[in-house]
Design a protein around this ligand. Structure first.
Ligand SMILES: *Cc1c(COP(=O)(O)O)cnc(C)c1O
Length: 218
């Protein structure tokens, strides 16, 4: 087995174990390989190993790297997971099947407009600034309800909520809070869990894991 498939298998095994403990169906968890800063060869090795969902932070990097890969591997789906400027909405709609960082009305309007032009609407996850950190993207908890109403008034499918928890203390309580907000607002998906904390995220209801480092480094 290649090192890419060994690393991927190790992650899948951890997911299976966490799913068993959490009494969840591992098949219901979507695993996104975050390939920011990784080159096409490393990505291709993972595609060969069976990985079909990938995530990128920056539109510019995705535009430089992904079009030839998506042409050769049309089954692959790309997720936009980083902060997104409204003037990148056209490229984001063209490249991404899902966008995890929807966090403000101006971006919502730009994405809805471009989706209409393109005749293709990415799934959207509303990012919540769960630790109320000034340097992080995400809608404030207090503004979530009206923003979700705005999203639901567009044709963009609302797939779930997303957060990046503060570095301290541990992520679990923040994941639990996001899960509570999702229940309160009747939102189905939860995009939580990275290399360091995805088993915890699974215990707390993650439906999409965004795992980077563990796919590419030992
Ligand atoms: C980089 C990144 C990840 C993956 O982080 P790892 O710790 O490398 O697994 C997940 N989500 C977002 C938004 C990221 O920027």
């Amino acid at each position: 087995m290649s090192s890419a498939s060994l690393r991927r298998q190790r992650i899948l095994d951890q997911i299976a174990r966490a799913a068993d403990v959490a009494q969840r169906d591992p098949e219901a968890i979507r695993l996104v390989a975050v390939s920011k800063t990784r080159d096409a060869a490393a990505i291709e090795a993972l595609i060969d190993a069976g990985q079909s969902e990938f995530g990128e932070n920056r539109v510019q990097e995705a535009e430089a790297k992904w079009p030839p890969l998506l042409e050769r591997f049309p089954h692959v789906r790309l997720h936009g997971i980083g902060q997104l400027q409204s003037n990148k909405a056209e490229a984001a709609v063209r490249l991404f099947s899902a966008i995890h960082s929807l966090d403000r009305p101006s971006l919502l309007a730009a994405l809805a407009r471009e989706a209409k032009v393109a005749g293709r609407a990415p799934e959207t996850f509303v990012q919540v600034n769960i630790g109320d950190e000034p340097q992080k993207g995400g809608v404030a908890i207090a503004a979530l309800a009206p923003f979700l109403e705005q999203v639901r008034a567009t044709p963009l499918p609302l797939a779930g909520l997303m957060c990046i928890p503060p570095a301290e203390p541990e992520p679990g309580p923040f994941f639990a809070l996001l899960a509570k907000l999702a229940r309160r607002h009747d939102v189905g998906g939860l995009s939580i869990g990275m290399s360091a904390d995805f088993p915890t995220a699974m215990m707390l209801g993650a439906t999409v894991l965004r795992v980077g480092t563990a796919f590419f480094e030992d």
